[in-house]
Design a binder for this molecule. Structure first.
Ligand SMILES: Nc1ncnc2c1ncn2[C@@H]1O[C@H](COP(=O)(O)OP(=O)(O)OP(=O)(O)O)[C@@H](O)[C@H]1O
Length: 481
């Protein structure tokens, strides 16, 4: 595999959305934590104006974070659901990569990556993706289940290394996500001689009239559109495989759906079209069906979050100092494996981190001002058990699995803009502890005036949240998990 072509200065990016984390990479903001070196990190506890605001969840950043932290497959116990465009045609699934009759060099690449057998979604998706004649596919499964590996395999299988023009086109929502996919092409295509990748992203200023000889182009919709129609760098009529990755994130970005549709319309009818998404709300499905003609549809349900295995408690407190004291008592009373503590604002998260560190706890702080790479590094350290406590805001509430967490603390209740309970966030915060049949514990630190909100949460989920007296050490010690 030859080198990747990257001619531009990403820092010169304008207009098109680069995720905020990428801009952080170019103009690094203050690094809150000395991530690499630290057991007791340096917290900059000076306050920024945004510290009192809720951390905003950025879908593209979360997708990237998921990619960075998923170094192995996320297993699922659910069955794959398949909806065939032609229900009478036989449905193939494979249990080994050999059954797919791949080119030798691709098989070598797969094994060099340490893959022994196809993942659950790959078992069904790969035979469809590699079929002759090519079939179109819409596939949805959560992050980490093997979608990227599957479509990279399809692209590599369909590329002709001797044809020196773009043959596979993959759209991604941001430069960083494009780069992650490019890395998989590079790894899996390690033994594919003379197959190369090119990035169509803002800042990669290829002069008009340049002949692109690389076979796989990965890019963001705006730049790809520009390269195809204005600069005439890519001839869409020669594309054999079109991949639209992260469709849910794409839809979240202004203009990307329309741009993607414009590109898709110019593709030849025999071009294979593949669309992937981690989530499948109705809007995503409608978009997918608009853009992918005659598709097969494959879905792998995600593991459902439940509060059934989780014992929930609440502690009534006057203020945050009181909450902290209660937390210390709980900490002193029960053996805590690993805990995640959620705060509503960065200000509270920072304050709590400093307090706990001063009391000698091994704590790390994950909040919105960190770059995605920094977040990934903190999550990895936490997973490795280097810190026992992770203090975070809502940036970490969705999607990110840390399996060994047994305790979740809501230092602040999740509340929405209307000052009502945010039920979904509550479920996502707490539901992570009781997964895979494990038991979990959740503590809610509640100011007296927030008690009605907690009661609403209890009613909403029809599950009991017990009162706990933080001074009653006997009672605390009885809590086992
Ligand atoms: N068949 C396989 N066997 C073992 N590991 C695999 C297999 N397929 C993929 N992986 C690995 O599992 C992880 C997740 O795979 P992949 O990135 O393809 O998932 P994804 O569904 O595309 O996730 P995301 O939506 O976050 O990109 C990666 O580290 C990848 O190398």
């Amino acid at each position: 595999m030859a080198s990747l072509l990257w001619a531009g200065d990403a820092g010169a990016a304008d207009g098109e959305r680069l995720s905020s984390q990428f801009s952080n990479l170019i103009h690094p903001r203050k690094n809150l934590l000395g991530i690499k070196s630290t057991t007791v990190p340096n917290i900059d506890d000076s306050l920024n104006p945004e510290d009192d605001e809720d951390d905003v969840v950025d879908l593209a950043a979360n997708s990237l974070l998921n990619k960075l932290i998923h170094q192995s497959l996320v297993e699922s116990s659910h069955l794959v659901e398949v909806l065939q465009k032609d229900p009478s045609s036989p449905l193939y699934s494979v249990k080994t990569f050999e059954e797919l009759r791949l080119k030798e060099e691709i098989l070598k690449g797969i094994y060099a990556m340490g893959f022994n057998r196809p993942s659950k979604i790959q078992e069904m998706a790969l035979p469809m993706m590699l079929a002759h004649p090519p079939q179109n596919l819409i596939a949805q499964s959560q992050s980490g289940t093997g979608k990227t590996a599957a479509f990279v395999l399809a692209m590599l299988s369909r590329v002709n290394a001797l044809d020196l023009f773009p043959q596979c086109l993959c759209l991604a929502p941001t430069y960083e996500l494009a780069l992650q996919t490019g890395r998989v092409v590079e790894q899996m295509g390690k033994f594919c001689m003379n197959v190369n990748v090119m990035y169509a992203v803002r800042g990669n200023n290829i002069p008009r009239g340049t002949e692109i000889t690389r076979q796989i182009v990965i890019g963001t919709p705006g730049t790809v559109l520009d390269w195809c129609f204005k600069r005439k760098l890519i001839d869409l009529t020669k594309i054999r495989v079109f991949v639209l990755d992260e469709a849910d994130v794409m839809m979240d970005t202004q203009g990307f759906s329309d741009q993607s549709i414009r590109i898709q319309r110019a593709l030849p009818s025999e071009c294979q079209m593949l669309l992937f998404s981690a989530t499948f709300e109705d809007s995503v499905l409608h978009f997918a069906e608009r853009i992918i003609p005659d598709p097969n549809v494959i879905k792998l349900r995600r593991e459902e979050l439940t509060l059934n295995n989780i014992r929930q408690y609440y502690v009534l407190c006057e203020n945050k100092i009181d909450k902290y004291q209660a937390l210390c008592n709980i900490y002193g009373g029960i053996t805590i494996g690993q805990a995640i503590i959620f705060c509503q604002t960065r200000r509270n998260a920072k304050w709590l981190t400093v307090e706990m560190m001063q009391d000698g706890h091994q704590v790390s702080l994950l909040s919105g001002e960190l770059t995605v790479e920094q977040r990934a590094s903190i999550i990895q350290r936490f997973r490795d058990g280097k810190e026992k406590v992770l203090i975070t805001t809502n940036v970490c509430a969705r999607g990110i699995d840390v399996k060994q967490v047994t305790i979740v603390v809501n230092f602040d209740l999740p509340i929405n803009q209307a000052q009502e309970p945010d039920y979904e966030t509550y479920l996502h915060r707490i539901g992570r502890t009781g997964r895979f049949g494990k038991k979990g514990l959740a503590f809610n630190m509640i100011e007296v005036n927030k008690l009605p909100l907690l009661m609403k949460i209890q009613d909403h989920f029809n599950s009991s949240i017990k009162h706990l007296d933080p001074e009653d050490m006997d009672e605390i010690e009885k809590i086992e998990y």
